[in-house]
Design a protein around this ligand. Structure first.
Ligand code: G4P
Length: 284
């Protein structure tokens, strides 16, 4: 499968982010908890060097809880703070603030020793498109947020959202482009819907998902797509499994033939919507 690539946008976004990085203490990086590695852009390690780092594993409502724990441990091992999150819910936001403070403790301590109190930690949200940056900013900032406007010494036009007396957030998130030279990474990004569907071969994608589920989540496909008349036997090859899904879900085209495209789209859709259960596509 071939994917498209937009170096122009990428260069501009990267330059903007380099500028913004000068203004902040902490990088809040959102990744998709279903593919915590493939939804990162490794450039952020270079862009955000010398900054405090927090990784939010977002959409954790859709990912496997056991694997969430493995990934959190992995991120801690590489020196990042990590939190699992459903950005649509306000419930986890208090925890985010606590971890933000924890991540920046050194700076807060240093300021305090110099007699500087109540200088808020400044943070910026970054991540690939559709990972939930705007949703997170809205939930985190809440309704009560006050925009602080321009400040002396700060690039004109920058808006800061004052979250509380301790934290300020840049109101525009930084967009990182996903890196998908690697076909496996591209495939995983496509499966979670991070790459436009128009440029994808949906049948190929569905077959890849079936193979992955057969290996990592046995039982999931048969539980969802068996019928009383016809159980779905998972040990079949992926094309046969797709055929059985088409049959059991009555994906029929006009000529009364099985519509594999429809079955493929249905499977991908149900996976993305969490209907197959909580699934993580990669391990640390
Ligand atoms: P972005 O700024 O990074 O581009 O992402 P954005 O916030 O626009 O979020 C992209 C989509 O992901 C949104 O769906 C949003 O509701 C959903 N989303 C964000 N955080 C979470 C999360 O933690 N869990 C789940 N399950 N979904 C999340 P949308 O565009 O409205 O489409 P849809 O909700 O109709 O699918």
């Amino acid at each position: 499968m071939q994917f498209q690539w937009y170096p122009g946008h990428m260069t501009k976004a990267k330059r903007q982010m380099q500028e913004d990085m000068k203004l902040i203490d902490l990088v809040i990086e959102l990744v998709d908890a279903r593919i915590p590695q493939s939804s990162r852009n490794p450039d952020i390690d270079e862009l955000g060097k010398n900054k405090y780092r927090l990784i939010l594993m977002n959409k954790a409502d859709l990912s496997d809880e056991g694997k969430n724990r493995e990934w959190m441990e992995y991120f801690r091992e590489i020196g990042c703070y990590a939190v699992c999150l459903d950005a649509r819910s306000k419930a986890g936001m208090k925890q985010v603030t606590n971890v933000v403070m924890e991540a920046c403790r050194e700076k807060i301590e240093r300021d305090r020793k110099r007699g500087i109190v109540n200088r808020p930690v400044r943070a910026m949200v970054v991540g690939i498109p559709n990972v939930g940056k705007s949703t997170f900013i809205n939930s985190y900032a809440g309704r009560a947020c006050a925009k602080t406007g321009n400040k002396p010494g700060v690039t004109k036009g920058k808006q800061w959202i004052r979250l509380n007396k301790n934290v300020e957030l840049l109101d525009t998130p930084g967009i990182l482009w996903p890196k998908f030279e690697d076909q496996t990474v591209g495939l995983r990004l496509a499966l979670i819907g991070a790459i436009k569907d128009e440029i994808l071969n949906i049948d190929e994608l569905a077959l890849a998902l079936i193979e992955l589920l057969q290996k990592e989540y046995p039982g999931v496909l048969s539980a969802r797509y068996s019928t009383e008349e016809q159980p779905l036997r998972e040990e079949e090859g992926a094309p046969e499994v797709l055929r059985l899904i088409a049959e059991n879900r009555k994906c029929i085209s006009r000529g009364n033939e099985l519509d594999y495209g429809k079955a493929a789209a249905l499977l991908i859709d149900e996976f993305r919507g969490g209907k197959l259960g909580r699934i993580t596509l990669e391990r640390p």
